[in-house]
Design a protein around this ligand. Structure first.
Ligand SMILES: [Zn+2]
Length: 244
């Protein structure tokens, strides 16, 4: 178990950050690296998600940013991406009633000591001032990472806990590749009569075989969202500006 202590969190907050792109000390993401962060590829959300926003294309500095927040448990980066997500969520076409997440596999939670998806969802909900609630339980099965694209598109097995009837639910996740996890979450939520299911992820990859960038995507659907330039360059350059 890799449980962090309050002391480790304190050290994390006190030590100067290293930019995930170039390693320069003093900036969470330096201005030069922030300028390389590309908007997420444009495309319709996977059925049955009504709306999806993602902050960045999953490449370059964004990959390292996610790795720091997720795999290396660097909370300040988790807070940063949560802020960016909360900013993106403001553009949702309908008011959000509650925020939830698709739980990681039991094996991953055991290995990392924490479910980063839950941490991210709770942080986004806190910043966006929206209720957060665990709605989904993961049924036993392989982790999504490492599965082939076809299997991943099916998503993990998820079942509902609690009621979401009539609610607009935002599912928060870190990276969407095939969108399988988000789609599985949306199917479970819709089966429980959710009013609408929206999704927000830190990063989004191009569709398999579609190449890089947004050019190969189908045009934005009425429910899709056009990625806008992120605000990372102006707001993420000072470690002192971050609190948890
Ligand atoms: Zn840098």
């Amino acid at each position: 178990m890799v449980l962090r202590t309050a002391w480790e969190d304190l050290l994390d907050a006190m030590l100067p950050a290293r930019c995930p792109g170039c390693g320069r000390r003093g900036a969470l993401v330096c201005a030069a690296c922030a300028a390389t962060l590309a908007p997420a590829p444009i495309g319709p959300p996977p059925h049955p998600i009504e709306w999806w926003t993602a902050c960045f294309a999953y490449e370059g500095v964004a990959r390292e940013l996610v790795a720091r927040a997720k795999y290396r448990n660097e909370r300040r980066f988790l807070v940063l991406v949560a802020r960016e997500l909360a900013r993106a969520v403001v553009r949702a076409p309908v008011p959000i009633d509650l925020v939830t997440w698709a739980p990681a596999s039991a094996a991953r939670i055991r290995a990392q000591g924490v479910d980063h998806g839950e941490l991210l969802a709770r942080a986004v909900a806190r910043i966006a001032a929206v209720r957060v609630k665990p709605c989904l339980l993961r049924t036993p099965g392989a982790a999504q990472t490492g599965l082939n694209a076809r299997t991943r598109r099916l998503g993990p097995g998820l079942r509902m806990i609690g009621s979401v009837a009539g609610s607009t639910v935002l599912v928060v996740d870190d990276v969407a590749t095939t969108g399988g996890t988000l789609a599985a979450a949306a199917r479970a939520l819709h089966a429980a009569d959710a009013g609408a299911v929206l999704a927000a992820t830190i990063a989004r990859t191009p569709r398999p075989g579609a190449g890089r960038g947004g050019a190969a995507y189908t045009p934005v659907s009425p429910t899709g969202v056009r990625a806008s330039r992120n605000s990372i360059g102006s707001t993420w350059t000072s470690s002192s500006s971050v609190s948890t």
